[in-house]
Design a protein around this ligand. Structure first.
Ligand SMILES: Cc1cc2nc3c(=O)[nH]c(=O)nc-3n(C[C@H](O)[C@H](O)[C@H](O)COP(=O)(O)OP(=O)(O)OC[C@H]3O[C@@H](n4cnc5c(N)ncnc54)[C@H](O)[C@@H]3O)c2cc1C
Length: 406
């Protein structure tokens, strides 16, 4: 039996951040990380396309929480204690230079996730944290105020137990045996599949700002959109996939998506503007001059879909054709048929019910000395560094509260 003061189950982002902050605040504690994989920090390694998007340059807690479809209300307090600026300072203090990209995403200056891993492993070694890999936690019981943990290798015991196991169904099942409830997991952050003639040969084309609506639903999003060889991607789609994670799952990812390529103009406004071209630019060929900041190729496809020939001028186009073009521009409907993985980042919506957690301490409200951090909770965010921020913040809080108790 290996005896520790604190055991962290899960050697991912939140597990390491908990253990490292705890070791810093209470150097004498005996801390272990138990990890089922061959390597720790496997997701950090592949995160952000191998660059690790550590956080987002959004420094106001109440603004930051808006990026979390699940966890928005609960994270307000935690972000007021440990926010994005704090984690940037944390890395800076340990010699990891970070940079903020134009869209607000924060990466290591090295553009290499290994920089983050090296930092964590070095810190853990200096702090004497025991890391046991290939150690699958199989059962957990609490007897006389002591946690007893059986793994695929050895038995462990500790006073404080941190669950940092990410989206692991077996651990969620185990947690239900302690009385915790699990919100059923569904994928979040994915792209939409569609086969549509209008998108043919447009792979790689993007629109700078579109608005999206799911038909027969209140789901909406806007932002840039990217056309891929299997369908639609880009920030607007990912945002919709995050907010609609559960609803789109319930629809088996079969639904109609309405794209407004002009973003905020309504049909009547667009039709009026198109009609004005008849007097302002009568001799110009419609297909040759894109409008609403659309690329040439996309504009041409929409013009074609409105039954306007390649050579037609504004003078010769009929009102009926312009009505069709205004429809293509503002109510362009695609039949979505399935989803694809967004390879740069994906998360699971669902996990430990948030009502059962004290968000000042990350301790279970049901069982003393049991803590939850990171993706094991029913918290997830849109892409951009926000998911790691949840891991850092909840890890920091758990470390702080164990420090105060141990
Ligand atoms: C491809 C990809 C790219 C991503 N990129 C980004 C990004 O750039 N920015 C961002 O903010 N987010 C990103 N994310 C999301 C982010 O990686 C997660 O939100 C984050 O890793 C969650 O951290 P965690 O510690 O809670 O869980 P995890 O990182 O999943 O760690 C949990 C650990 O627990 C271990 N474990 C599970 N069960 C057991 C058990 N029974 N016994 C022992 N160990 C166990 C697992 O093996 C794992 O190592 C990405 C996700 C993916 C999949």
């Amino acid at each position: 039996m290996h005896i520790f003061d604190v055991i962290v189950i899960g050697g991912g982002a939140s597990g390491f951040f908990t253990a490292l902050n705890l070791a810093e605040q209470r150097p004498n504690l005996r801390i272990a990380i138990l990890e089922r994989g061959k390597e720790v920090l496997a997701k950090v390694k592949i995160s952000g396309g191998g660059r690790c998007n550590v956080t987002h340059a959004c420094f106001v807690p109440n603004v930051l929480t808006k990026f979390y479809p699940r966890g928005e209300r609960e994270l307000r307090g935690p972000f007021s204690t440990f926010c994005t600026g704090d984690v940037m300072q944390w890395f800076d203090d340990r010699g990891v230079a970070l940079k903020i990209e134009d869209d607000g995403r924060v990466f290591p200056e090295s553009d290499n996730s290994q920089t983050i891993i090296d930092c964590f492993l070095e810190e853990a070694q200096q702090a004497n944290i025991k890391i046991s890999t290939q150690t699958i936690v199989q059962n957990i019981v609490k007897a006389d105020d002591v946690w007893q943990i059986s793994t695929s290798k050895d038995a462990y015991s500790c006073k404080h137990l941190v669950m940092a196991t990410g989206s692991n169904t077996k651990i969620w099942d185990l947690c239900t045996s302690f009385g915790h409830s699990i919100v059923a997991p569904v994928p979040s952050l994915f792209t939409f599949n569609t086969k549509d003639d209008r998108l043919q040969n447009l792979m790689g084309v993007s629109a700078p700002m579109v608005s999206l609506k799911v038909k027969n639903s209140t789901l909406k999003a806007n932002g840039p959109l990217l056309i891929t060889h299997w369908g639609l991607s880009g920030p607007a789609i990912l945002r919709l996939s995050a907010w609609g994670a559960r609803e789109l799952f319930d629809k088996s990812y079969q639904f109609e998506l309405v794209v407004n390529w002009t973003n905020d103009f309504v049909f009547d406004e667009v039709l009026d503007e198109l009609m004005e071209n008849k007097t302002e630019s009568p001799k110009k060929t419609i297909a040759k001059y894109p409008q609403y900041n659309l690329t040439h190729r996309l504009w041409q496809q929409l013009v074609k879909a409105a039954d306007i020939s390649e050579t037609l001028t504004w003078a010769d186009v009929t009102k009926k054709q312009l009505v069709k073009l205004a429809e293509q521009l503002t109510q362009c409907t695609f039949a979505i048929n399935g989803k694809s993985t967004f390879k740069e980042e994906f998360v699971t919506a669902g996990g430990i019910g948030l009502k059962e957690i004290n968000f000042k301490t990350m301790e279970s409200k049901l069982i003393e000395n049991l803590y939850f951090t990171g993706e094991v909770l029913n918290i997830d965010a849109i892409t951009g560094g926000f998911n790691f921020q949840n891991a850092w913040t909840t890890g920091f809080l758990a470390a702080q509260s164990i420090t105060n108790k141990a």
